[in-house]
Write a protein that binds this ligand. Structure first.
Ligand SMILES: O=C(O)CCC(=O)C(=O)O
Length: 287
């Protein structure tokens, strides 16, 4: 439920400038320690179930020897995950960047256990990419349009490099292509994001980013929440149980993909976008 705390955590001019110029923004201590612990327990349980069954939900086959774990579409798994959709320290910055005609089109979490293989430490190219797959081929323009962003919530300690850090190239969201060194080393200006548990990293979908190897003893855990415009198709199957959907207020229902009809994704009426109504009622005017 949105309240005064949300209004106090709206994006500042300086933060917006940072995000627009560099394609990312770090919000320190976005989540309190006890919430990080609870979230971590929940994803650990899901991970353990898959370790026990040996099934990898991403590849839809067996787990790899590294036991890396990419778990998409997790919102409907627990109310705790839904609660983060409109978290007071982060969500106001989402509406400050994208506006009010938005929802969560995609969520996933990624766990990377310490890598024990002999190959660790050798230079291997990272999987640098922009989000949204074919959009980056089929959409015209340079730079292409932003369309969406993600928030990465750190659940494990990534305050030093080599802990499976999320890696980015600041400012690269404005370039459609990336020069990758042929020897596999990091592209120019690439850097690991070093953050503590509870920190949140916002990033523009166009920002070139990659996950890196985990040479530490710490299991790397990050939750990713994607937000995009309501006319953007979901990337997830959006298997939100009806019970979970109904148990949430209209703004969360909007964020879970609710709306009166298809046309309302493009030309929303107030009933499609309770977030807009709430913002207007509280004196926040956005385009
Ligand atoms: O796990 C990571 O650090 C990278 C995640 C990623 O590439 C993505 O969310 O698109």
């Amino acid at each position: 439920m949105l309240n005064q705390s949300h209004l106090q955590h709206q994006i500042t001019e300086e933060q917006l400038h940072h995000f627009n110029q560099l394609g990312y923004l770090i919000v320190k201590e976005a989540l309190p320690e006890d919430l990080v612990d609870r979230l971590e327990k929940h994803i650990d349980q899901i991970y353990q179930q898959h370790l026990d069954s040996g099934y990898d939900p991403y590849t839809k086959s067996g787990m790899t020897t590294e036991k890396n774990f990419f778990y998409p579409n997790f919102l409907g798994q627990d109310q705790l995950f839904v609660n983060l959709l409109d978290w007071y320290k982060t969500f106001p910055k989402v509406w400050g960047i994208l506006g009010w005609n938005i929802y969560s089109y995609h969520s996933h979490f990624i766990i990377i256990p310490p890598q024990k293989s002999e190959g660790h430490g050798q230079i291997k190219p990272l999987g640098w990419h922009q989000d949204s797959g074919r959009v980056n081929r089929e959409m015209e323009g340079s730079p292409r349009s932003r369309l969406s962003l993600k928030i990465a919530y750190m659940l494990s300690d990534c305050s030093e490099p080599d802990r499976g850090n999320f890696c980015i190239i600041p400012g690269s969201h404005l370039q459609n292509t990336l020069n990758r060194p042929t020897d596999g080393s990091m592209p120019e200006k690439a850097m690991p994001v070093c953050c503590n548990p509870g920190d949140a990293v916002f990033f523009d979908r166009r920002l070139w980013h990659a996950r890196s190897e985990n040479g530490s003893e710490i299991i790397r855990k990050i939750l990713f929440y994607g937000y995009g415009y309501r006319w953007l198709r979901p990337k997830d199957d959006m298997t939100i149980p009806e019970r979970v959907f109904q148990n949430n207020d209209p703004i969360r229902q909007q964020l879970l993909g609710g709306g009166a009809n298809a046309n309302g994704h493009f030309s929303p009426k107030d009933e499609d976008v309770p977030l807009k109504v709430w913002l207007e009622d509280h004196g926040v005017t956005l385009n």
